[in-house]
Design a protein around this ligand. Structure first.
Ligand code: ADP
Ligand code: MG
Length: 163
């Protein structure tokens, strides 16, 4: 079962709004949530995750774990595992295996460039495709929730955002 926001994408005007959108996600997240983020460089993936951290009661994130692949943040309502797979690209199944403990863990997993490991992702997940627009401050997010946990979280997320 899927839940989709299309044909109507979520419209996010400006960096602060993206942080706010992410913050709501951190507030409604549940343990085991996997959040896949795709979109070109500068789309706003890290900005969204930074807000997500704040929503979980953590500090805002200032950088992506491009070289370490994963950064783990404890001390919030739930652990946050932030992955940036940009460097991983198509290779290294050995490294992909190391991600399993996080992908199937009890925390919240936010994955930039998640499509690199598409065949390896848990079935239950939220997918956000973030798109730039002609307006440099506007982003469009197409959201899909696969599975019960993801759909429940996504529904609450979008309800709170539209309210
Ligand atoms: N609506 C918006 N949402 C997110 N970022 C925006 C938006 N408008 C402008 N920006 C800018 O785009 C950049 C997004 O950077 P970042 O979040 O690091 O992207 P990514 O992780 O996808 O490469 C920031 O410089 C931010 O200020
Ligand atoms: Mg990034």
């Amino acid at each position: 079962m899927d839940m989709r926001t299309d044909p109507q994408p979520i419209v996010v005007q400006g960096e602060q709004a993206m942080r706010q959108f992410g913050r709501i996600g951190g507030e409604v997240a549940r343990g085991g949530l996997v959040l896949c983020l795709d979109g070109s460089l500068g789309a706003g993936k890290t900005t969204l995750v930074s807000g997500l951290a704040v929503g979980l009661g953590l500090q805002a994130i200032t950088q992506s774990p491009t070289f370490t692949l994963i950064a783990e943040y404890a001390g919030g309502r739930l652990p946050l595992y932030h992955m940036d797979l940009y460097r991983l690209a198509q290779e290294a199944p050995r490294e992909i295996q190391l991600l399993d403990e996080y992908l199937y863990g009890d925390g919240v997993c936010a994955i930039e460039w998640a499509t690199w490991i598409e065949g390896w992702l848990p079935d239950d997940r939220i997918e956000f495709a973030i798109r730039k627009t002609d307006d440099p401050e506007t982003r469009l997010i197409k959201a899909i929730g696969h599975g019960n946990l993801a759909m429940g979280v996504l529904r609450n997320w979008i309800d709170r955002w539209s309210f």
